[in-house]
Design a protein around this ligand. Structure first.
Ligand code: 5GP
Length: 138
């Protein structure tokens, strides 16, 4: 079964389009975490950012940057969160790669709170951990 973004891209389901070219569309998120919350989506289906080919990924990120800039200059956002969720455990609910552009106006405002609370790392060997990741990077 087609995911909801494939259906939006094919015009089966309406959306509020912010941007479109041959490879990428951007639409207002149906749940506006803050005013102007936009999703940048490659037209070709990839499940998430990790499986998206680099050239297409770069196009998506380029559009996300430009929408972030527009949110600052036109909507008066004071900042922007640009993020993507990979897989359900990380909060991904639609299995079609997309990047959220979330304009920020006032600290703590709206339905979006990003708090990063470090875990206890006393049992982690950071140099070994860095090596483990480093050797697997392709
Ligand atoms: P995720 O949780 O996968 O990172 O983000 C998926 C986003 O898609 C959610 O923020 C959700 O509000 C949005 N969304 C889900 N269905 C639709 C839809 O039919 N139209 C639009 N514009 N956004 C949708």
């Amino acid at each position: 079964m087609k995911d909801i973004f494939c259906r939006i891209i094919e015009g089966e389901i309406p959306s509020n389009k912010v941007y479109e070219d041959d490879d990428v569309i951007a639409i207002l998120d149906i749940s506006q975490l803050t005013k102007g919350h936009t999703l940048v989506i490659p037209k070709e289906h990839y499940d998430n950012m990790l499986s998206c080919p680099k050239e297409l990924l770069h196009k998506v990120i380029d559009v996300a940057q430009r929408i972030g800039q527009a949110c600052v200059s036109v909507l008066g956002a004071k900042g922007v969160n640009i993020l993507t969720n990979v897989n359900e455990i990380a909060g991904q609910s639609v299995p079609h790669f997309h990047v959220h552009v979330i304009p920020r106006y006032v600290a703590g405002e709206g339905g979006f709170q990003l708090t990063m609370k470090p875990q206890d790392i006393s049992d982690l060997n950071l140099p070994m951990l860095a090596e483990e990741i480093k050797k697997e990077i392709k």
